[in-house]
Design a protein around this ligand. Structure first.
Ligand SMILES: Nc1ncnc2c1ncn2[C@@H]1O[C@H](COP(=O)(O)OP(=O)(O)OP(=O)(O)O)[C@@H](O)[C@H]1O
Ligand SMILES: [Mg+2]
Length: 353
């Protein structure tokens, strides 16, 4: 029996709720063979005892199946306030905001772009990382599809649009280049977004995630301490529990939840400017209460939002006096209050109210 054999067995143990193994995710801290006993130390980012229990059972089962009954498994769950596991590949960036959803096409990228531009309009130093390596669409939404990067220097300088420094796989690859990448390559690419991009000093980096609640999110959380998670959902997704999956993922990864953006609820008539309720209100608020978080914004279905995305002119910038732009701006302010309050909490200062 060798340590490599043990690693091979652990490579078959998936982290509960994710498709990658504890080895791939870098959660195995140590494997030791002490006489006829195996010792495995794991460090996981989750707070919940349930995940640790499931992991303990799965690991024991895998080792026993391979004939190793005498194993000691230590699972450490650091009590950090953020997803940080002590690692920050981009220390010049003060805060990392992850925008995620349980389901595709609900408006994550639209929300990420408009929130980032809103924060920039408030005078913050802001970056936007398109972490959707398979379907990057931030470049188009910011009018940067023709941006060419100078890759001769040590670090790539992110192009600026509407006061936001943006970086995306879409700026590196030709649009038609099909991405048939495997997990480890994506992890490497995500790491390079932090180590090889000259972000400079930022108040916050917004991270637009691919749909789903899995590996890309976990990879990011391993690179930087995520200060806030935002779930974007539609009223239908709430009914289908997709929104819950997004929230559960943040809970699992110990990412503080800043709030929910409910998108495509209601319709503001372009002629009479009346807001029509389509799906009924309330389900999302109830969900926010259940998770002890708040509604950051309720954004109606509005043709101008899609047009703004397609033409690279975000509605927040293009039509700042529209109802939707106002709501995104309020959402950005709420997010900022959340960020500053949680920093106060971390510093042991009691927030006022
Ligand atoms: N409130 C809205 N009103 C009208 N159109 C919208 C609204 N929100 C988003 N859209 C449009 O819906 C489409 C999907 O939005 P978006 O790309 O932001 O979703 P996504 O969650 O990032 O998708 P994916 O999961 O593929 O990354 C886009 O064409 C966008 O312009
Ligand atoms: Mg998207």
């Amino acid at each position: 029996m060798t340590e490599n054999e043990i690693y091979a067995i652990l490579s078959g143990v998936k982290y509960p709720g994710f498709s990658r193994s504890v080895v791939e995710l870098g959660f195995v801290q140590r494997v030791a063979i002490e006489g006829d006993r195996i010792v495995v130390d794991l460090e996981i980012p989750a707070s919940s005892a349930e995940i640790a229990r499931a992991l303990r059972e799965d690991t024991a089962r895998a080792l026993t199946a391979a004939g190793h009954k005498n194993a000691v498994l230590n699972i450490a769950q650091p009590q950090a306030q953020t997803s940080s596991r002590g690692k920050n590949l981009a220390p010049h960036i003060k805060r990392f905001v992850m925008i995620s959803s349980g389901k595709g096409g609900v408006g994550k990228s639209t929300a990420a772009v408009n929130l980032a531009v809103a924060a920039a309009m408030r005078g913050k130093q802001v970056g936007l990382l398109d972490a959707d390596v398979y379907g990057p669409n931030v470049p188009r939404m910011l009018g940067l599809e023709n941006a060419r990067l100078d890759t001769r220097a040590d670090k790539v300088t992110p192009p600026l649009a509407y006061g936001v420094k943006a970086m995306s796989m879409g700026m590196i690859l030709e649009p038609s280049q099909a991405l048939i990448w495997r997990g480890p390559m994506i992890m490497k690419a995500i790491e390079q977004f932090f180590t090889d991009v000259a972000w400079g000093e930022l108040d916050a980096l917004f991270m637009d995630m691919p749909p789903g609640t899995g590996d890309a999110q976990l990879s990011l959380a391993q690179c930087v301490p995520v200060s806030a998670g935002i779930v974007v959902t539609t009223p239908q997704s709430v009914a289908l529990d997709d929104a819950k999956r997004g929230l559960d993922m943040f809970v699992k990864m110990r990412i503080p939840i800043a709030g929910i953006v409910e998108n495509m609820n209601g319709f503001i008539c372009p002629n009479c400017h009346t807001e029509h309720d389509i799906f009924g209100k309330g389900a999302c608020e109830a969900l926010a209460r259940e998770y002890g978080t708040e509604m950051l914004a309720q954004i109606p279905i509005e043709p101008a939002i899609r047009k703004g995305g397609d033409s690279g002119r975000p509605i927040i910038y293009d039509q700042p006096s529209s109802e939707t732009a106002k709501r995104y701006l309020i959402a950005a302010d709420r997010l900022w209050t959340f960020l500053e309050r949680s920093e106060g909490d971390n510093a042991g200062i009691q927030p006022v109210n």
